[in-house]
Design a protein around this ligand. Structure first.
Ligand SMILES: NC(=O)c1ccc[n+]([C@@H]2O[C@H](COP(=O)([O-])OP(=O)(O)OC[C@H]3O[C@@H](n4cnc5c(N)ncnc54)[C@H](O)[C@@H]3O)[C@@H](O)[C@H]2O)c1
Length: 374
């Protein structure tokens, strides 16, 4: 198969969908890979590394789209890319169609085949291509929190780990899933006293077994949260109710009960946030202060560490990319149910329920589309 790797052009996106190692793997399987010049630079990979791995470098994005049967990307195509997409061209990337009707309709019009990273789903209902980014954001959350707790950053001026003779900071983590677990681990490693709250008792049991002694678990409810925020120095929002907006576990009136200079890192901001006063922010301007409480609400936290994020993402995507390249999208989706769940839009038809419902579009049975395509 001919595979194209364009440079991401969405604002401040420095990740890239394949590393030179990933290119080498595809070449080993007999495929051809075209890489747009400078595609990997933001993540620290040079054109020479891609060339040495066996790719051909093309100078313009138009050439990459024109040459490729499959485009692999990180973020959804932006409007200037729509016209480059050819009928029957396969795009494998994050789409998040349910948050953009314009993108959904554009991909339908282009009659492309859209395999979305975010809906590839295993039989145990986990989302293997979303987990790596949650791991990155989770591990970043205490790091960002520690930075904004410093006085010059408008925080309380407390060191997460304390020092001998001075107590460490209290970190409250709301949600003990992927983000929350990684956040708790890093905060505990820095020496903070950590409390993880979740509504899932089975999950709290698991965390209680595996976490170090400076991590407590507690049932998440309105009373416990209201008590805990009075003592917290750093609060990390990491809840998720799949397919729904995050619940507001911390409301505006609760800010007054926090210590001045408390830092809130609402990682769940991409699902609306679990802190009422959170509004999405960017890496250029990551924080704002309300009632003396510092809010950090960057919606694409992994974007700040593109080297780690690119490697983490490609570790997870590469086996699927290789399978699609080897078997074609139809063959791969017929033998791999996880991948089949990634099909969202196929040749003008919406085949993913959540997307059809979001924009009131007709839902076509994915199996019919696959059968018709054979
Ligand atoms: N900002 C970013 O850059 C970024 C990056 C990655 C992920 N995220 C977001 O982080 C959030 C968490 O992702 P995840 O992968 O950890 O999800 P997850 O499904 O692994 O974990 C969510 C946890 O929240 C718990 N939960 C649900 N309701 C709760 C409540 N009322 N109180 C306490 N806990 C509750 C669930 O039981 C679950 O354990 C998602 O919204 C995800 O999109 C953001």
């Amino acid at each position: 198969m001919i595979i194209g790797l364009p440079k991401e052009i969405k604002n401040n996106e420095n990740r890239v969908a394949l590393t030179p190692g990933g290119v080498a793997e595809l070449i080993k399987h007999g495929h051809t890979v075209y890489v747009q010049a400078a595609a990997g630079l933001g993540s620290g990979f040079t054109d020479t590394e891609y060339k040495n791995a066996g790719a051909s470098i093309l100078s313009a994005i138009e050439e990459v789209y024109a040459a490729a049967e499959m485009i692999v990307k990180v973020k959804e195509p932006i409007s200037s890319e729509y016209s480059l997409i050819k009928e029957d061209q396969l795009l494998f990337t994050y789409f998040h169609f349910a948050s953009s009707e314009e993108l959904t309709r554009a991909m339908m019009e282009r009659k492309a085949i859209c395999l979305a990273y975010e809906t590839v789903e295993k039989t145990d209902r986990t989302l293997p291509l979303l987990i790596p980014m949650s791991e990155v954001a989770g591990r970043m959350a205490p790091q960002e929190g520690a930075k904004y707790l410093e006085k010059p950053m408008q925080g309380r001026g407390i060191l997460l780990g304390g020092v001998p003779g001075v107590k460490p900071a209290n970190v409250l983590v709301l949600g003990g899933g992927v983000v929350g677990t990684q956040a708790a681990k890093i905060a505990a490693g820095l020496g903070a006293h950590v409390t993880i709250m979740d509504i899932n008792l089975a999950r709290l049991r698991e965390l209680d077994d595996i976490m170090p002694a400076n991590v407590d678990t507690q049932m998440s409810d309105a009373y416990n949260i209201r008590e805990a925020i009075k003592f917290a120095d750093l609060i990390i929002g990491a809840v998720l109710i799949p397919g729904a907006k995050a619940p507001h576990l911390i409301t505006r009136d609760m800010l007054k009960e926090m210590k001045p200079g408390t830092v809130l890192v609402d990682v769940a901001v991409d699902q609306g946030g679990c802190i009422e006063t959170c509004q999405p922010t960017t890496h250029e301007n990551p924080t704002f202060v309300i009632d003396g409480v510092v809010h950090y609400c960057v919606a694409n936290m992994p974007g700040a560490v593109p080297y780690t994020s690119t490697l983490a993402l490609t570790n997870a995507t590469l086996p699927y990319i290789v399978q699609v390249a080897n078997k074609g999208w139809k063959g791969a989706c017929l033998i791999n149910e996880d991948l089949k769940k990634g099909l969202n839009v196929v040749k003008g038809e919406v085949v993913y329920k959540g997307v059809a419902e979001a924009w009131n579009l007709n839902l076509t049975d994915v199996n019919e589309v696959l059968a018709a395509a054979l």
